[in-house]
Ligand binder design. Structure first.
Ligand SMILES: NC(=O)c1ccc[n+]([C@@H]2O[C@H](COP(=O)([O-])OP(=O)(O)OC[C@H]3O[C@@H](n4cnc5c(N)ncnc54)[C@H](O)[C@@H]3O)[C@@H](O)[C@H]2O)c1
Length: 276
């Protein structure tokens, strides 16, 4: 059911790769809620053509841009401002990638060139987007910017590797830039810390199936899906959350506040039964 929460709002959505992507779901819901936006993703993401299908469905365009490249980002913002005849109201940063994870290198055996890429793609790109937007004065007052994060920024989770460091930087950028944007432009900047989710990026995480079963058992409300994450993003872009800024907002069914649950304990105890 749509509520017209984003009627009249314009935005930019980074990171829709396929119909599993969180950004894809956000685009679908933003469209349903009356927003106009442009889509963008890394040039390689256009090879499969799916993003153009989404653009068609949402009556918009998709622009290739490497989010670590300032020239590309300038082009994205220029295109959006031209298309909408002025400033935008919301931005979604839904970007993450680690070559160390992809190549199976562990945290005590990192390739530092890959490590720099992880930080650049998954965290500094957020700073670059915010800095380019600020230089162009591209966001309206009371606009809203959201980036997607993960609880590994605060707690160590086996296998999340250098992405944990990237997420810690990402969340810090939201606070540091959130202060400046709030003070000068009344614009809010937040991160949403999402449950493990079966997307292309999510499937790259070591032991994702076991992890998802564990977090499902640990979370009183169960894991949050990509659709549910998209709903939360929409409320963050709407005028209903105008005074929320510089926050890392957990969207994880309660996982981040749990130590041990009955359901996880029952499963854990089964391993002892097997050993006897
Ligand atoms: N899936 C999960 O379990 C999970 C949990 C918490 C947070 N997140 C975060 O959600 C965000 C979206 O991931 P997803 O799960 O939807 O997976 P996804 O693979 O669908 O999205 C990741 C996106 O990053 C894009 N990207 C990679 N390098 C880029 C570059 N140089 N420039 C521009 N775009 C680039 C990819 O093309 C892709 O569209 C990521 O920040 C991810 O870390 C995911």
């Amino acid at each position: 059911m749509a509520y017209n929460l984003l009627k009249g709002k314009k935005g930019i959505i980074f990171g829709a790769l396929n119909d599993k992507s969180i950004a894809w779901k956000v685009a679908e819901k933003a469209y349903e809620e009356g927003a106009e936006f442009i889509l963008t993703n890394a040039p390689v993401a256009f090879r499969f053509g799916e993003i153009n299908e989404l653009a068609k469905k949402c009556n918009t365009i998709a622009i290739p841009a490497d989010a670590t490249n300032i020239t590309d980002l300038n082009n994205v913002f220029n295109t959006a401002m031209e298309k909408f005849g002025g400033k935008i109201d919301f931005i979604l940063h839904s970007i993450g990638m680690s070559l160390n994870v992809r190549k199976g290198l562990t945290y005590d055996n990192l390739n530092y060139e890959y490590y720099k890429k992880t930080i650049d793609i998954s965290a500094l790109s957020f700073h670059k987007i915010l800095q380019v937007a600020k230089t162009k004065n591209a966001i309206n007052e009371w606009g809203s910017v959201v980036a997607l994060s993960y609880v590994a920024a605060q707690r160590t989770l086996y296998g999340y590797n250098d992405m944990a460091d990237a997420k810690a930087v990402l969340e810090s950028i939201a606070r540091s830039f959130g202060y400046i944007y709030g003070r000068e432009k009344k614009i809010r900047i937040n991160t949403i810390s999402q449950s493990p989710t079966l997307t292309t990026a999510g499937s790259g995480v070591k032991g994702i199936d076991g992890l998802m079963d564990f977090t499902e058992r640990m979370s009183p409300l169960g894991n949050a899906t990509a659709d549910e994450c998209a709903n939360f993003c929409i409320t963050m872009f709407s005028d209903l959350t105008k005074k929320v800024t510089m926050q890392n907002l957990f969207h994880d069914g309660g996982f981040s506040s749990m130590g041990m649950s009955l359901r996880a304990m029952e499963q854990y105890n089964k391993s002892f039964e097997k050993c006897d």
